[in-house]
Design a protein around this ligand. Structure first.
Ligand SMILES: [Zn+2]
Length: 275
């Protein structure tokens, strides 16, 4: 890059750097603002030609680097705007989150554990992901789209948990009833992000996973949320995290946290607003 071009770019780069810095200090939940910061960050990267040092709070190891939209490992079309903004938020955290590949991922408590594609471990501030299946489906474009929609959707979901935890939206490590109830709140927010990632993929004509199709339908309205897939999935979490056994307890939980449902549905809409 010539010196003249560099000088012309400098004011834009400075503005972009200031935007990125402001974004790091922003209070939780400002997804639209975070997206603007993501766009500003891209401008900055283009202007100065190298990634900025401040953007390393999400630490990928080589096997998980394909999840980083800045790695260039996957075609850019796989990293949609919801995905990019969510990861960008985590890259701007004050604390570091390590993204590690593990043999198997477990969620839940003790005997009620289940397996998953990925999980956030709040005590360690790590996101664990299972080995990618993308190589297995490399020859089949539709299967590859579906596989990556599943893997990237799951990763955005876990990144949202990290954001909620480290920005203090939820108390993720305490064992109190309140802390355990908050785990459901961050779950609903993380599903909103996952559903928005999947919606963008679907609207692009990508094949998405069956559970993503169900999740999108569940975020279409409050009634759908309270009777469809989110409700089915919530019941499992209420059993695993809160040790609920009776349907009455579960229904009461939904009534008591009606505002969290509104929040999650709104979060889904916000995550679809920007481009
Ligand atoms: Zn989750």
């Amino acid at each position: 890059m010539s010196k003249e071009i560099l000088q012309q770019l400098q004011p834009a780069a400075r503005r972009a750097a200031a935007d990125v810095e402001n974004a790091r200090r922003r209070p939780p939940g400002q997804v639209v603002a975070d997206h603007r910061a993501a766009a500003a960050h891209r401008t900055l990267v283009q202007a100065i030609g190298t990634p900025v040092v401040a953007q390393r709070r999400l630490n990928f190891e080589s096997s998980t680097r394909y999840l980083d939209y800045e790695s260039g490992i996957l075609p850019a079309s796989f990293y949609n705007a919801t995905y990019t903004a969510t990861l960008h938020g985590a890259k701007g955290l004050d604390e570091e989150v390590a993204v590690k590949q593990v043999e198997s991922v477990t969620v839940g408590l003790g005997a009620k554990e289940g397996s998953a594609t990925a999980s956030y471990v709040p005590d360690a501030q790590e996101i664990h992901v299972r080995a990618s299946n993308r190589e297995r489906y490399a020859e089949d474009p539709s299967a590859l789209q579906q596989t990556l929609s599943g893997e990237l959707g799951a990763f955005a979901h876990e990144t949202e948990h990290a954001l909620d935890h480290l920005r203090g939206v939820v108390d993720y490590t305490g064992g109190s009833m309140e802390a355990n109830e908050n785990k459901i709140r961050t779950e609903w927010r993380a599903w909103a992000v996952e559903a928005a990632v999947a919606t963008r993929n679907r609207d692009k004509g990508f094949l998405i996973t069956p559970s993503q199709t169900l999740l999108i339908a569940g975020y279409a309205s409050k009634d759908a949320f309270k009777s469809g897939y989110p409700w089915t999935r919530t019941k499992k979490y209420l059993i695993a995290y809160l040790d609920f056994n009776e349907m009455r307890e579960m229904r009461e939980f939904m009534e008591r946290h009606d505002a969290w449902i509104d929040e999650a549905l709104e979060y889904y809409r916000i995550n679809l607003m920007y481009d």
